[in-house]
Design a protein around this ligand. Structure first.
Ligand SMILES: [Zn+2]
Ligand SMILES: [Zn+2]
Length: 255
């Protein structure tokens, strides 16, 4: 038995036990709702709001968000894929915003699993559309700052990446390290974000990391892409460390 098969079984057992103790809540509004499951995780109201958000279109390319490949920075060489739109501080896309909070502030496994299942479809598209050999594909993520991790006990990008790895069998390469620079991104301009990203991340100091990344197609996971500065910088670090290509995959893109 492969170790991923064993992990899957352990997760299923622990999820079943967890739901015996804590019945499922809607992953949009958090209300206790009858009849929820991994495939129907929303109450009726959130389900219809989620459908609207999921089927809404990018204002630039007018394609549904999961088909949009526009990157916030023009001229970048790293393709990006995302599932949903997100507008920070707005009531628009309320269910997406609620799910993003749910994986960021508390380790909500039901939301992580639902989003990972959705990301799996995009992951398969990345492999097909770019003609990658799945055996050469790996997952990576930009870790949360140690300060935020200590505060919440959650690294949402890591949780999504590990759940996606279990669903896809693609291995996770722990290639990036956060440099303990705790400047809050949210209030910075695009230029400041890029500068901040450049001092915030580096390739982890492990002897075999360059061999591990060599000739690999890296799918770089994060929860939200705002300016794209962090992802762009991390993608260039991975490329410099030997990755053959990097594609960014996020749950949401800020509109
Ligand atoms: Zn709900
Ligand atoms: Zn677009």
């Amino acid at each position: 038995m492969k170790s991923t098969d064993l992990k899957r079984i352990l997760y299923t057992v622990s999820d079943n036990v967890r739901h015996l103790l804590f019945p499922r809540r809607c992953i949009g509004c958090g209300k206790l709702t009858e009849g929820l499951s991994a495939h129907t995780p929303f109450c009726t109201e959130c389900s219809s709001t989620f459908d609207t958000e999921y089927n809404s279109c990018c204002s630039d390319c007018v394609k549904q968000h999961r088909a949009c490949r526009c990157f916030p920075h023009t001229g970048t060489k790293y393709p990006q894929y995302h599932l949903l739109p997100y507008k920070p501080g707005s009531k628009k896309y309320a269910v997406t915003a609620a799910m993003l909070l749910r994986i960021k502030d508390v380790p909500d496994r039901d939301t992580v699993l639902f989003l990972a299942e959705e990301l799996k479809t995009l992951c398969q598209q990345i492999i097909t559309e770019n003609g990658y050999d799945p055996a050469q594909c790996v997952l990576a993520y930009a870790p949360r700052s140690p300060k935020n991790y200590r505060k919440t006990g959650v690294d949402q990008a890591r949780a999504l990446t590990q759940a996606l790895s279990l669903l896809t069998d693609l291995p996770v390469v722990y290639a990036l390290r956060h440099n303990k620079n705790d400047r809050i991104q949210k209030n910075l301009s695009t230029a400041q974000r890029l500068e901040n990203a450049q001092t915030s991340y580096c390739i982890i100091d492990k002897p075999n990391i360059y061999t591990t990344l060599s000739s690999k197609h890296v799918i770089l996971i994060d929860d939200i892409m705002t300016s794209g500065a962090t992802l762009m910088h991390c993608a260039s670090l991975l490329t410099k460390a030997g990755a053959k290509s990097v594609v960014c995959l996020t749950v949401a893109k800020s509109t």
